[in-house]
Design a protein around this ligand. Structure first.
Ligand code: AFP
Length: 324
């Protein structure tokens, strides 16, 4: 909080953002606690329902959702929230100041194993001049975005035009020791991260790009965006979740991509941009420029070190070249 207070004072900003951040951090700490003790308390099983994406909901998903909404309500600073766990937009405090887009427990296939999951969020502010129409904000209009990697005790927060910062949880449950994150230019430790089982379902251009580049880099994938992207940020390289366009069963194609724009792709794109990187969708358009048409819109995602993102973008521009 000391870091944020200094930031707000330096930029002559209000205390409202601090109250909101305190709520998000409190929610994350509680989620961390429930996750750490989850196996012993029986919280890592299925809850017996499906979410808006048609996926099984784990008990932990529900706990994380309830905790987050509780803390956002208590902050009295949030007009409404969009959550992966709620089909409808969640109205919170009509005279609030912010919009919060979040996924309280991203990467739920890791839950039964106690492996890393993410609590990811983006924050936009209501218009302070003129009418507020409550429209869904594109990533370029977020004022902050962050991700907690649970239960590792790490928190990465990006503030508009003020950098990406990584914090660590200390023994008193405070996030301390902010370190500025800048993607390394030296390619020595760069890594690629994508679900390799899907590679033959990608566009031919992307398949060719992988064939031509994969031997230059290490490969890492754990299946939770926050955890995989955490490594990308530290080591450099690129995380990608391309569109699925060549599935042997065409019904399983996902030309629109899998990841959710507002609380997954735009969050990591915002963080990456503040760390000196880039992010594009399947058409090579910057993710931060994509204007959401709906709260749960999906997108393909290529995010990480600029030279790699720019390079893969060239392959995206080639519609369907022969596979080499
Ligand atoms: P879940 O929360 O449904 O497990 O999805 C996690 C996620 O959206 C993202 O965190 C991962 O990067 C991606 O899906 C993994 O997807 P695959 O399992 O298809 O590789």
């Amino acid at each position: 909080m000391g870091f944020l207070l200094t930031h707000q004072e330096k930029h002559h900003r209000t205390h409202h953002f601090l109250v909101l951040m305190d709520a998000l951090i409190s929610a994350a700490k509680h989620i961390e606690h429930f996750y750490l003790t989850g196996a012993l308390k029986g919280n890592i099983g299925l809850a017996g329902s499906v979410n808006v994406q048609g996926e099984d909901v784990f008990r932990m998903d529900q706990i994380a959702q309830e905790l987050t909404i509780h803390h956002l309500r208590a902050s009295r600073r949030v007009i409404y929230a969009i959550s992966e766990e709620s089909e409808e937009i969640v109205p919170i405090t009509p005279d609030g100041r912010y919009f919060v887009y979040f996924d309280p427990l991203d990467g739920s296939s890791n839950v039964p194993h106690g492996l890393p999951v993410g609590f990811m969020f983006g924050v936009a502010r209501k218009s302070l001049e003129g009418e507020e129409d409550n429209h869904l904000r594109a990533g370029k209009d977020y004022i902050a975005a962050g991700m907690f990697v649970i239960p590792t005790g790490t928190f990465t927060l990006a503030l508009k035009d003020a950098g990406a910062w990584r914090f660590h949880l200390d023994e008193t449950m405070e996030f301390v020791r902010p370190t500025r994150i800048l993607l390394p230019e030296n390619r020595k430790n760069w890594e690629l991260s994508f679900n390799s089982a899907n590679r033959r379902t990608y566009s031919k251009g992307v398949q060719n790009w992988i064939t031509n580049n994969e031997s230059n880099y290490a490969f890492r994938y754990i299946g939770a965006l926050a955890a995989d992207f955490h490594r990308t940020l530290s080591n450099g390289g690129m995380f990608m979740y391309p569109a699925i366009v060549n599935h042997p069963d065409p019904r399983k194609n996902r030309p629109e991509g899998k990841l959710r724009l507002m609380y997954e792709a735009a969050v990591v794109a915002f963080i990456c941009s503040e760390a000196g990187g880039g992010a594009v969708d399947e058409s090579g358009r910057p993710i931060l420029d994509v204007q959401p048409k709906g709260p749960h819109q999906r997108t393909a995602l290529y995010v990480g070190s600029k030279p790699l993102v720019e390079d893969v973008t060239q392959s995206l521009a080639i519609p369907n070249p022969p596979v080499q």
